[in-house]
Design a protein around this ligand. Structure first.
Ligand SMILES: C[S@@+](CC[C@H](N)C(=O)[O-])C[C@H]1O[C@@H](n2cnc3c(N)ncnc32)[C@H](O)[C@@H]1O
Length: 245
């Protein structure tokens, strides 16, 4: 059974710490047609700014807690909510009664725990793409290793400071157990501490290419950052752009 509780306790802190500058990158794929599918859309961190630029975004997100954060943001702007369709579902099971010129997964590919899950997700995305349609996703190759609990960001807002710590442990079957710790300090005093356990999978480039070929995709570009820098082996970030054949 696929578990989607890895963000339950941390969803309220998600946007504070995911500061990846990648909205322009995904806009590049949405802009030519004005429509895109965002699979594993999380809190709408990317979908909402895309909608603000006039894009029609079809979102899929399985985590109740992440959806709640997404909906809170949408409730503040009715105009944007008209451009966003939000479906509580996962990548393998979502169902829209239309096809898309492009679909992306941001930060979600390593949540597919084995090849069966990867094939089910990519096949369903394939089914939702027009011929020649594109899938774009990122894989954080550099973070797939053991690391002891270490600081991973701190944000100050007025008199409140938020701190995050991460520990990663590679277990059996190429699974990564991730422990995230969030702390909230008010005027220097610890007022809240949350621990979030989640799971990810170790994936590599070769195996990613194989899964893409098996599900009817051809890799057309690989980048190592969100400014379209060409990927070279050894880079920490792999961003794949693949076309539905
Ligand atoms: C690192 S977050 C990224 C959220 C968002 N895409 C962003 O970039 O801000 C990964 C998201 O993938 C979702 N996810 C996990 N497993 C999934 C699955 N099988 N299908 C679709 N989404 C999934 C999680 O619930 C979470 O919201």
């Amino acid at each position: 059974m696929i578990r989607h509780d890895g963000y339950d306790r941390a969803a309220v802190f998600y946007d504070l710490f995911d500061t990846k500058d990648n909205v322009d990158f995904f806009h590049h794929y949405a802009q030519p047609t004005g429509i895109i599918a965002d699979i594993g859309a999380g809190t709408g961190r990317i979908a909402i700014p895309l909608a603000a630029r006039g894009i029609q975004v079809y979102c899929v997100e399985p985590s109740e807690a992440m959806l709640k954060e997404f909906e809170k943001k949408l409730a503040k702007d009715i105009r944007l909510s008209r451009r966003i369709t939000l479906q509580k579902n996962d990548a393998a099971a979502f169902e829209f009664d239309r096809r898309f010129p492009a679909a992306f997964l941001s930060g979600a590919y390593d949540h597919f725990m084995d090849d069966d899950e990867r094939i089910a997700a990519l096949s369903n995305m394939h089914r939702h793409l027009e011929t020649g349609g594109k899938i774009v996703f990122d894989v954080f190759l550099g973070s797939m290793k053991n690391s002891p609990l270490h600081p991973a960001g701190s944000i100050t807002q007025g008199t409140t400071e938020y701190r995050r710590y991460i520990k990663s442990t590679i277990g059996s079957d190429n699974r990564i157990e991730v422990l995230l710790v969030y702390e909230k300090y008010q005027r220097g005093r610890l007022t809240q501490r949350i621990e979030q356990q989640s799971q990810a999978a170790v994936v590599n480039r070769k195996q990613t290419h194989e899964v893409l070929a098996m599900t009817g995709f051809e890799v057309v570009h690989e980048y190592s950052d969100y400014q379209f820098k060409k990927f070279t082996p050894g880079d920490d970030l792999l961003i794949v752009e693949a076309e539905r054949t």
